[in-house]
Design a protein. Structure first.
Length: 134
């Protein structure tokens, strides 16, 4: 349970930083703690695509684009039908300066999200918002 709690903290903190809801310069230690937790969880649950996705988000929040691409690629290779993982990969490609691949991944994510059951309208909205900025 502690490992999952650490992974959840890292994912929530990274998403809040990436979405501009949390300023790591003002919030003492949030990003550093997310990095630390994602590294610990990565050692314990290295094969988990959910952990790889969290590690990609944390790497993006920390500005470590190469790590973000690697971890996001790992999660989408294991679960290619996950729209959430595809969105993370799209964000990593955009951060790497490859908007064409970012768009391709985001469009795939939107198609997967639209066909998912049950539908996650919030995720679809995040994907659509991402596509609108490309």
């Amino acid at each position: 349970i502690a490992v999952l709690t650490m992974n959840n903290y890292a994912a929530i903190a990274a998403k809040a930083i990436l979405e501009g809801d949390l300023d790591p310069r003002v919030t003492s230690g949030a990003l550093e703690r997310a990095i630390e937790f994602s590294e610990i969880v990565g050692r314990v649950m290295a094969a988990s695509p959910e952990v790889s996705d969290t590690r990609a988000l944390v790497a993006l929040a920390a500005g470590r684009v190469d790590d973000a691409l690697r971890f996001a690629g790992e999660s989408t290779r294991v679960v290619p039908t996950s729209p959430s993982f595809r969105l993370t990969l799209a964000k990593a490609f955009l951060a790497a300066g490859n908007p064409a691949m970012a768009r391709l991944q985001a469009e795939d994510a939107l198609e997967l999200a639209a066909g998912a059951f049950p539908r996650d309208l919030a995720l679809q909205g995040r994907i659509e918002s991402f596509l609108n900025v490309l």
